[in-house]
Design a protein around this ligand. Structure first.
Ligand SMILES: NC(=O)c1ccc[n+]([C@@H]2O[C@H](COP(=O)([O-])OP(=O)(O)OC[C@H]3O[C@@H](n4cnc5c(N)ncnc54)[C@H](OP(=O)(O)O)[C@@H]3O)[C@@H](O)[C@H]2O)c1
Length: 342
């Protein structure tokens, strides 16, 4: 195959959710590598909610991709050709690169996967950005102790399934929150959640209260919105919140959501009154200090069977736009990956 298919950003999201029309599949000639470079065959792409910032400016720290350039994200690949002294054909590498069949790299910010992985996809699920976020949330920002009650938002997603399993490995009672009863059932059987509540249940807040009879010590918040509202009244003294993300943002435009920002006042009142710690997660702040510990602990948890990464794999580069849209509509069950090539 001498051509290089790539997914470009064709337009900005129109209605917040990044739908498939934001992307277009194009074909270009296969790139050659020059001196000091290597060519990588992409094997797998990771669909992360954080990549939204590549499509739309949502923070002053993140520059969106220019229109008609290739979408980028965490990826796994095999070195196919190398004129770089540190890389040889056949080696597995992970990094952050364009959604395309082949990429040329100068080797910077590539990670050689020369340690044993039970499955190569674990590089993006168990050892990827979402899993690292889960680790930082529960080890650093909102540390959970044995016997405490931990509530995990988007519990069957990339970050959530790992956070749920880390909290179980620490001996906590873990209550998952997700978007459907089916996902809840799956979370209880596959992740060992002690309880799980769908935020689409009409009696959602009551059910969260019943599931967290002794209150909530740690909350891994990935959505804000009504999930946050249901959990705040249950927070114990000295509770900790890891503020990881705002998946409920797409609902801001709905009539039912309008005018509800007044709740932030009562939230801050509870933060003060109950001495609650809220820490925001930005994984890049922790790479230097905690990446090595993360790999060590994740190796141990996987070897002992305490963590079984939940993966949701779709096949074909052309499916990447749909696979990405899906995670903003809750259609993934586990870490959503796109398998490109063997
Ligand atoms: N700050 C950081 O450094 C950092 C790093 C990694 C991840 N994160 C955050 O962690 C969260 C999960 O990211 P991920 O990449 O692992 O994605 P993911 O959980 O695999 O997929 C996103 C999930 O969001 C949920 N969702 C979609 N619409 C929703 C809505 N309106 N309200 C509530 N939930 C909704 C869906 O699950 P349901 O079916 O349960 O709704 C979906 O599975 C995101 O908030 C992301 O920003 C932050």
């Amino acid at each position: 195959m001498n051509e290089n298919r790539r997914v470009i950003v064709a337009e900005r999201p129109r209605y917040i959710v990044p739908t498939v029309n934001c992307f277009r599949l194009e074909t270009a000639p296969m790139p050659d590598c020059g001196p000091g470079q290597l060519r990588i065959r992409t094997l797998c792409l990771s669909m992360d909610a954080q990549l939204y910032a590549k499509l739309q400016r949502i923070s002053p720290d993140a520059e969106p991709i220019r229109l008609y350039e290739a979408m980028t994200g965490p990826a796994l690949g095999r070195v196919e050709a190398s004129l770089h002294p540190d890389f040889s054909p056949g080696e597995l590498v992970s990094g952050f690169w364009a959604w395309q069949d082949y990429v040329v790299s100068n080797g910077r910010r590539l990670r050689k996967l020369d340690f044993s992985l039970q499955r190569s996809t674990h590089a993006l699920s168990a050892y990827g950005a979402s899993a690292f976020g889960a680790y930082i949330a529960l080890q650093k920002l909102a540390p959970a102790e044995w016997g405490e009650t931990v509530v995990v938002g988007t519990a069957l997603g990339g970050l959530g399934n790992i956070a749920s399993q880390i909290a179980k490995a620490k001996g906590c009672r873990v209550v998952g929150i997700t978007g459907s009863e089916e996902k809840c059932q799956r979370g209880m059987t596959a992740l060992g959640l002690d309880d799980c509540v769908s935020y689409n249940a009409p009696d959602f807040a009551d059910r969260v209260r019943t599931a967290c009879r002794k209150g909530v010590d740690v909350f891994v918040d990935t959505s804000g919105g009504k999930v946050l509202e249901a959990v705040v009244p249950l927070l114990q003294r000295k509770a900790r919140i890891a503020a990881c993300g705002l998946m409920a943002t797409p609902h801001f435009g709905e009539p039912a959501f309008r005018g509800r920002f007044q709740n932030t006042m009562s939230f801050m009142f509870e933060v003060i009154n109950r001495r609650i710690t809220v820490q925001g997660l930005v994984i890049f702040d922790h790479l230097r200090q905690s990446l090595r510990d993360f790999h060590r602990d994740m190796n141990a948890w996987i070897d002992s069977g305490k963590i079984r990464p939940m993966e949701d794999i779709v096949s074909g580069l052309e499916q990447a736009p749909r696979a990405f849209q899906d995670i903003f509509e809750g259609r993934n069950v586990g870490k959503r990956l796109v398998w490109i090539s063997d």
